[in-house]
Design a protein around this ligand. Structure first.
Ligand code: UDP
Ligand code: MG
Length: 321
């Protein structure tokens, strides 16, 4: 039987406390897999603590560990993109460095994949390890997003999932530079299945996602998969224009019946309100196009790689798409 190569893609940002327990626990699970070879693609996302030296030390000891060092902190989505681009596996699993997603679930993902699915998602049945705030905001986010966006993202499914080579290649075809991975994963489609698991508490260290970062992340998701936030202005503008038209009629009728109260006042107010409404419609529509053109026309790379490291050979390249 030919061996399948599994790539575990792990972004690391200031995770020096997690690294000690990470590799032994993950390797223990992966070594048990039958007919599967593995590589662990570690992306150092501009960590400012001892993460990088610790990763290099781990990679020196084990040639199945690869280290991709980014030039600065590009954020989790970009780090994940880098890892997926670098992964060589027939199947790829994005994985968090803090072991919140238990590696013990991986055999189940692979079993499902062997049944013939291209994507096997892992849904959290129990989010008790997250704070109440986070659970509530996550729920709200999924509800709002799936109402507004064309591509629905499944509730309580994170980046932790198995994807086949076809899916990874499809993801690499998507040219956008602002990458909301959960949305992109959903966009590519393919035959998918879901298993359930319980999300654990962080093994060590602290989450790098503050409430503000999560809020912006939610906005990013909404704006990359829906134009509803921009379209709202069109409706608001129309409403104002309509109201001011009604107001104009009211003034005309009142004037006809009672005569002029203060000359000039009515026509001024009506025209100001009406023009304001019309202008909002225009700005809203233009904004929709400008916003999209602006972000995508810059065509900046999603991330830059400073160096790559794997036991036998070290390669370095200045830039990567
Ligand atoms: N991460 C990253 N870059 C960042 C922030 C986070 O690569 O700018 C990594 C982090 O090291 C971890 C994963 O993304 O492996 C998830 O981060 P975290 O556990 O802080 O998020 P949470 O689980 O709270 O959503
Ligand atoms: Mg975490």
């Amino acid at each position: 039987m030919s061996h399948t190569l599994l790539s575990l893609v792990v972004p690391f940002y200031n995770e020096q406390e997690s690294i000690g327990s990470f590799f032994p626990r993950v390797a223990a699970v992966l070594e048990q897999l039958e007919g599967v070879d593995f590589e662990i693609v570690c992306v150092n996302d501009g960590s400012r603590d001892g993460t990088y030296p610790a990763l290099i030390a781990a990679a020196r000891a084990d040639s199945r560990i690869r280290v991709i060092d980014l030039t600065r902190n590009f954020g989790k989505e970009a780090a994940l993109t880098a890892g997926l681009d670098e992964a060589r596996g027939d199947i790829v699993i994005p994985f968090d460095a803090d072991l919140q997603d238990p590696p013990e679930v991986i055999p189940q993902l692979i079993a499902k994949w062997r049944e013939g699915f291209d994507v096997v998602m892992a849904r959290r049945v129990d989010r008790m390890s997250d704070t109440l705030m986070k659970r509530m905001s996550a729920l709200l986010f999924y509800r709002v997003h799936n109402k507004l966006a064309d591509v629905k993202i499944p509730e309580n499914v994170g980046d932790f999932r198995l994807m086949s080579r076809d899916v990874i290649d499809a993801l690499r075809l998507l040219p956008e530079s602002r990458r909301f991975m959960k949305g992109l994963f959903a966009w590519v489609g393919y035959r998918h299945s879901t298993i359930e698991y319980t999300r654990e508490a962080r093994s060590a260290g602290q989450t790098s996602f503050s409430a503000w970062k999560l809020w912006n992340f939610a906005l990013e998701g909404l704006t990359s998969f829906s134009t509803a936030p921009l379209r709202i202005w069109f409706y608001l503008g129309s409403t104002i224009a309509l109201l001011s038209f009604g107001f104009a009629c009211e003034i005309i009728i009142k004037t006809l019946i009672k005569g002029v109260a203060v000359p000039g006042y009515a026509s001024l107010l009506v025209s100001i309100l009406f023009m304001g409404g019309v202008q909002l419609i225009g700005i809203g529509i233009i904004g929709e196009y400008v916003g999209r053109i602006y972000t995508e026309s810059k065509r900046r790379p999603v991330y830059l790689i400073r160096s790559r490291f794997q036991s036998e050979a070290t390669t370095a390249s200045p830039a990567h798409e």
